[in-house]
Design a protein around this ligand. Structure first.
Ligand SMILES: Nc1ncnc2c1ncn2[C@@H]1O[C@H](COP(=O)(O)OP(=O)(O)O)[C@@H](O)[C@H]1O
Ligand SMILES: O=C(O)C1=C[C@@H](OP(=O)(O)O)[C@@H](O)[C@H](O)C1
Ligand SMILES: [Mg+2]
Length: 170
């Protein structure tokens, strides 16, 4: 096990926890969205608008395929665990944590965000349907499920850090 992957729906805390976890464990952190933004020189909404969602999904898979072998934290985007190839790469190259949140928390966090094109084009009902549809695939991709409701970012970070050290050294 080398990489630590965080998966889960938009707003479940993957990026925020990934960053904290990287500080706690003193290992590098990569946010897949931020990496794709840097590589393309475009924002996520611009990529969706210019090239379309399928091309963005291809960029995500390409990122996973080419990423070097190193002990690091990777915050995935919320759609990454939907592709079988992505799930396979993640499970074979690392330990996958699913951050499980309630839809109520998710909606509170993301509904006004303009940087998530899927939120922009969805009603609350549409987004909740997507949340329910995706959940089984997050579960399929993950080695460990983390319940985040009523937990602070620091609590969740400490818990995942403890599990990583336990599994890496054990
Ligand atoms: N457990 C939590 N407690 C408090 N705030 C949270 C929690 N999880 C996420 N957040 C906040 O919700 C927002 C979205 O989180 P983010 O890390 O961007 O999610 P993701 O990368 O999974 O889409 C951020 O402002 C983050 O700080
Ligand atoms: O769930 C999704 O399909 C997406 C989630 C986003 O990442 P976060 O989960 O970090 O918001 C980003 O990759 C893009 O807007 C698509
Ligand atoms: Mg994120």
């Amino acid at each position: 096990m080398n990489k630590v992957y965080l998966v889960g729906f938009m707003g479940s805390g993957k990026s925020a926890i990934g960053k904290r976890l990287s500080t706690l464990l003193d290992i590098p952190f990569y946010d897949m969205d931020a990496e794709i933004v840097t590589r393309t020189g475009m924002t996520i909404p611009q990529i969706f608008e210019t090239y379309g969602e399928p091309k963005f999904r291809e960029m995500e898979t390409e990122f996973l395929r080419q990423f070097p072998d190193e002990f690091c934290i990777i915050a995935t985007g919320g759609g990454v665990a939907m592709r079988a190839e992505n799930r396979e790469i993640m499970r074979q190259t690392g330990l996958v944590f699913y951050l499980n949140s309630t839809f109520r928390d998710i909606w509170r966090r993301v509904s006004t965000d303009t940087n998530r094109p899927i939120v922009q084009r969805s009603s609350r009902g549409d987004l909740e349907a997507l949340f329910l549809k995706r959940k089984p695939l997050y579960l399929q991709s993950a080695h460990i499920r983390v319940e985040t409701t009523n937990w602070s970012l620091n609590d969740i970070t400490q818990y995942i850090g403890f599990q990583v050290l336990r599994l890496k050294n054990g």
